[in-house]
Design a protein around this ligand. Sequence first.
Ligand SMILES: C[S@@+](CC[C@H](N)C(=O)[O-])C[C@H]1O[C@@H](n2cnc3c(N)ncnc32)[C@H](O)[C@@H]1O
Length: 237
Amino acid sequence: MSKSAVQQVGLAMQRVVWSRRASSWDEMSNPGLERVISELVEYVGDRPEAIAIDLGCGSGQLSIPLAAHVKEVVAVDIAPRMVELLDDKLKRAGISNVKPSVGSVQELGLGDGAVQLVVSNYVLHHLSDREKAEFVKDAFRWLSPGGELVFGDMMFGRGGTAEDRKVIADKVKVLLGKGVGGWWRIAKNGVRYLFRIQEKPISLAAWVGLLKEAGFEEITSKRIVAEAAIVCARKPA
Ligand SMILES: C[S@@+](CC[C@H](N)C(=O)[O-])C[C@H]1O[C@@H](n2cnc3c(N)ncnc32)[C@H](O)[C@@H]1O
């Protein structure tokens, strides 16, 4: 994918924002997110021969539990600070089959058929819609025949469907109940969502459409908590 100046600025922004947020993200405990991760790991199950790539691995919330079920996890994140945190955790835990590196989803130089699994959690909503479509096509190419793309993310659209409106209303209701901190998050995330700054989720149906268009089969999905769902799709064998 060749990068426009706008894309380069977007990537630089993500790098700075997430390097600054790395420690707080790592320390935050979020039961909803934990459920999404455990569903992703459970879906993958044991695949001792598989090489997986975890895109936007952060400090390893998904890469580390996944490593116990696959041969190797290539863990990539745009934010150097996140990769440092992951590296420290791996050293402390003596885990050797996770290979962390700094890089972006949009600039991976992965060969065709290089991996058996492409996984990601709570990252793809940061991509523009065009980048999401390109990512799905890239993931199809990176996977070996029969390989799978398995990801979790916030999935809702711009309020055009009853499902979107329910997800948004539920989220606002929960945050309203959290006092000033919650109201601040409604304001901050509302602006980001309205103007598509950082937060650019699309609906589950839109993801399924992109996956079908790229050639994926056996597409399954599951809503886990209000905003979050997981999607699994196979490249034909
Ligand atoms: C919400 S955090 C999720 C981290 C991790 N996947 C987890 O489940 O804890 C989003 C992560 O995506 C990374 N990220 C954002 N845009 C990216 C991009 N274009 N390429 C690679 N990583 C990206 C950020 O640096 C951050 O670590």
